[in-house]
Design a protein around this ligand. Structure first.
Ligand code: PXL
Length: 279
C-alpha cells in the first residue's frame, strides 16, 4: 500500500480557522499526511454571554475516536487543547487501549486571545498521566514555566535547564520553544543526553495565531512519515517559520500563519542547529 501516513489530532476547534484543529488539519494537508480530528471543545466567543469554551462530552470524544480508528487507524497523534482533567484521563485511556506509540503532546494552556484552554486542576493529570506517554512534548515559555511550578524562564540557558528538568516527567523528548523570548527564536530539544538548539531569525509580525499548533502538528506529520525526532523538529521549525513569515490578517485581530507558504514559495528556512552533550 502506498497511501499517505495517518495522523490524528485530539484538540479544540478554533472557529477563526487559525489555531486548534483547523491549523492542524491545514498543516497535515500541506505535509501530505491523512488528517483526522477528535474535537475536545469548541472555542468561539458568544456575543452576548462572552462564554467562549464549549467542552464536548466524554461520550462525544470517545465516539469520534472510535470512528477514526475503525475507519482509518493511526500512525501518529498530536494532542492540543484538552481542557479538563476528565478529558485528559479519557485520552490517556484511549491512547493506551489503542497502543498508539507516536505521540506529540502540545500542552496548550492559554490562547492568544486569553481564552483559558486548560483548567487549573488538569495540570497535574497532564504531567503525571499524559506526558509519560509522549514521544515529545512541545511547551512554549509560559507553559514550560507552569509545568515547572512557575519557574521564571528568561534566557536560552534557562530553557536548556527547563528541558532537562521537564525530561524527568517521562516523555522521550522535550522541546521548549523560545519564540516568546527576545532575539532570535531559539528552541531547545533534549532527549536525556543531548541538547540540540534550533535557531530561526525573529520575524517582526503579530500574525502568529496558531503557530504553536502548526509547529506540533508538523512534528506529528513528519514523525508519522518515519522521520527521526530531531529531523522532524528541524523540518517543522522551518515549516512554521516560513508560515509565520507569510502570516497576514483580515482584520485588526491577530491573524493566522500561512500554512501553504513553504510549498507555494518553495523556500525552506535555514535553521541553525547546534548540539551539545549534557552531563
Ligand atoms: O493557539 C492555541 C489554541 C489551541 N487550540 C484552540 C485555540 C487556541 C487559541 O486560541 O482556540 C482550540
Amino acid at each position: 500500500m502506498n497511501y499517505p501516513s495517518r495522523v490524528m489530532t485530539i484538540a479544540g476547534s478554533a472557529a477563526g480557522g487559525s489555531a486548534g484543529i483547523q491549523a492542524d488539519l491545514k498543516t497535515f494537508q500541506e505535509l501530505d499526511v491523512y488528517g483526522m480530528s477528535i474535537v475536545t471543545a469548541i472555542v468561539g466567543r458568544h456575543p452576548k454571554t462572552n462564554k467562549n469554551v464549549h467542552p464536548q462530552t466524554i461520550e462525544a470524544i470517545e465516539a469520534q475516536f472510535a470512528t477514526a480508528m475503525n475507519q482509518v487507524g493511526v500512525d501518529g497523534l498530536k494532542t492540543g487543547m484538552l481542557f479538563s482533567k476528565e478529558v485528559i484521563e479519557t485520552v490517556v485511556g484511549l491512547i493506551m487501549n489503542a497502543a498508539i506509540e507516536t505521540i506529540v503532546v502540545d500542552p496548550v494552556m492559554i490562547g492568544k486571545m486569553n481564552s483559558k484552554l486548560l483548567e487549573d486542576d488538569a495540570i497535574q493529570a497532564l504531567k503525571e498521566k499524559l506526558v509519560p506517554l509522549a514521544t515529545i512534548i512541545t511547551p512554549n515559555v509560559p507553559e514550560a514555566s507552569v509545568l515547572l511550578d512557575d519557574r521564571p524562564l528568561m534566557t536560552t540557558e534557562d530553557l536548556q535547564q527547563a528541558a532537562v528538568d521537564l525530561y524527568q516527567l517521562g516523555s522521550e523528548y522535550v522541546l521548549v520553544k523560545g519564540g516568546r523570548l527576545n532575539g532570535p527564536a531559539i528552541d531547545v530539544l533534549y532527549d536525556g543526553k543531548t541538547v540540540t538548539t534550533f535557531e530561526a531569525p525573529r520575524i517582526e509580525t503579530v500574525n502568529t495565531s496558531g503557530a504553536g499548533c502548526t509547529y506540533s502538528a508538523a512534528i506529528a506529520a513528519y514523525l508519522a512519515k518515519g522521520k527521526p525526532v530531531s529531523e522532524a523538529v528541524h523540518l517543522s521549525k522551518s515549516f512554521v517559520t516560513t508560515a509565520i513569515e507569510h502570516g497576514y490578517s483580515y482584520t485588526d485581530i491577530v491573524g493566522p500563519t500561512y500554512h501553504i507558504a513553504e510549498r507555494k514559495y518553495g523556500e525552506a528556512h535555514n535553521i541553525k542547529v547546534k548540539t551539545m552533550k549534557m552531563r
